[in-house]
Design a protein around this ligand. Structure first.
Ligand SMILES: Nc1ncnc2c1ncn2[C@@H]1O[C@H](COP(=O)(O)OP(=O)(O)O)[C@@H](O)[C@H]1O
Ligand SMILES: [Mg+2]
Length: 116
């Protein structure tokens, strides 16, 4: 906040295992959104370690984080954030196209058909 540094998420430590369902709860201002932004690789922590699927993502910058988001993360937003000019199938398929799978393969649901 301008010159003022605000410390959020002091001493937070947790492990989340495969297939675990976890909810974050806390009063307004306790840092839930900050933690979600870090967990979702939208933001990086100023200190500490975040290992996602055996990969240290704590010090990655924008492009590398975008790659990790594409490969590892799925977001479900309160608003659907659908693109109105695309069909429902195209909306769902969009991350696969960003991942380099040709559109014709995506639309035929052939995930393994020649990447790039
Ligand atoms: N962009 C920002 N600039 C300055 N302070 C922020 C910013 N975002 C959040 N904060 C502060 O960080 C703390 C944690 O906020 P946040 O992660 O949004 O909490 P929650 O989602 O649990 O309500 C709060 O004190 C909030 O005011
Ligand atoms: Mg919040």
């Amino acid at each position: 906040m301008g010159q003022q540094e605000l410390k959020v998420l002091k001493g937070v430590s947790l492990d989340i295992h495969k297939n675990e369902y976890v909810s974050l709860m806390g009063p307004s201002g306790s840092g839930k959104s900050t933690l979600m932004n870090i967990l979702g690789c939208l933001d990086s922590p100023t200190a500490g370690l975040y290992i996602l699927n055996n990969q240290d993502v704590s010090k990655m910058h924008d492009n590398a984080l975008a790659e990790v988001r594409n490969q590892e993360i799925g977001f479900v937003f309160q608003q659907f954030n659908l693109l109105p000019r695309l069909t429902a199938l195209e909306n769902v398929a969009l991350p696969l196209i960003y991942a380099g799978i040709p559109k014709k393969c995506v639309m035929k649901k052939q995930w393994k058909c020649s990447k790039k």
